[in-house]
Design a protein around this ligand. Structure first.
Ligand code: HEC
Length: 136
């Protein structure tokens, strides 16, 4: 009995270490604000995707992929991909305008919105590369 208990404690510790790459709720909360202000207009209030609205004349009508929920982030494999893509391509009309910190905050929000739990460790450009999306 004792032995079994100890084994499960050891196993639990090992698994926590393996999955210890996430983000802080503070990052996700900041990211949520940025998303609402700078991304939701095209990506949808809930991140469900859609079409670029008319006021972005040059880009109007372009299909916008979902970043949350069904079919989310269709072209991204890791959270690191998302970070790099946001840094160089988003928001569409002003690419490169987000600081590295804000880009990480938005990625943290996106992880939260897709059900990845915050583990209290800050998401960094390096740790993001280790977070696999789509359960792969
Ligand atoms: C003016 C409209 C617009 C705004 C604002 C915008 N996006 Fe996008 N976003 C797009 C479009 C269109 C695409 C698809 C681009 C393509 O296919 O090359 C896209 C693609 C993406 C992708 C790639 C998803 C995938 O897997 O293909 C991510 C991530 C993303 N946007 C994040 C953001 C974030 C974060 C913000 C806010 C900081 C933002 N976007 C603001 C229109 C927008």
């Amino acid at each position: 009995m004792r032995k079994t208990l100890r084994t499960s404690v050891v196993m639990a510790l090992c698994c926590i270490t393996v999955t210890a790459y996430a983000y802080t709720t503070e990052q996700a909360e900041k990211g949520k604000q940025i998303f609402a202000k700078q991304c939701a207009e095209c990506h949808g209030a809930g991140g469900e995707g859609g079409v670029v609205p008319d006021e972005y004349s040059d880009y109007a009508g372009m299909k916008v992929p979902p970043v949350v929920g069904k079919g989310y982030l269709p072209h991204m494999k890791t959270a690191g991909n998302v970070y790099a893509f946001i840094k160089s391509h988003m928001p569409l009309q002003a690419p490169g305008s987000l600081s590295s910190e804000d880009a990480l905050n938005v990625v943290a929000f996106d992880l939260m919105a897709n059900g990845v739990k915050a583990d209290g460790q800050a998401l960094t450009a390096e740790s993001a590369k280790k977070i696999m999306l789509h359960g792969k």
